[in-house]
Design a protein. Structure first.
Length: 163
């Protein structure tokens, strides 16, 4: 009887993690350029997707752009300015790889739902090196909630207490 109860509690704990994992707490955005000059992505929290200003630790630790020039721009290594929010799908980033180059990333509202934008890399004083138009896509990153881990832990503890 104890083994049956233990098995049910373990199954319940695992199901809680799986079910709550279906609710995204963050989203990843990916760049699709028309010339493949840049690879870019970043993650935002659910609050930022709902209109909160960009700037969470998840966002600043994830935003990066690699360029055809061989430079990797990210908020950890470069002087970076962020503006806007991802709802209603407008944002801009400026990366400064001092003293050499700077990179401008933007998205605009139109066409609606496509998050069209552009990425431009240039010397700090000079013309564009690379320019690319494209669009951003996004998808949910399913993550279990803290509550799910707590409930799973409580269920597993209950199995230990019943042993």
């Amino acid at each position: 009887m104890h083994n049956l109860l233990r098995g049910l509690l373990v199954t319940l704990a695992l199901n809680l993690i799986v079910v709550t994992s279906c609710f995204a707490q963050s989203y990843i955005f990916t760049w699709h350029g028309n010339s493949n000059f840049f690879n870019a992505s970043f993650s935002v929290t659910d609050a930022e997707l709902q209109g909160a200003p960009l700037g969470s630790q998840e966002f600043t630790n994830s935003v990066s752009v690699s360029s055809r020039s061989g430079i990797l721009y990210n908020s950890k290594n470069d002087e970076t300015l962020f503006d806007g929010n991802v709802n209603p799908w407008t944002f801009s980033f400026t990366f400064v790889d001092y003293p050499d180059t700077e990179l401008f990333v933007s998205a605009v509202t139109f066409p609606i739902g496509r998050m069209a934008g552009d990425i431009r890399e240039k010397p700090i004083s000079g013309p564009d090196m690379y320019f690319e138009m494209g669009y951003w896509s996004y998808e949910q990153i399913p993550e279990p909630t803290t509550g799910a881990f707590f409930l799973a832990g409580a269920a597993l503890l209950a199995t230990r207490l019943n042993a």
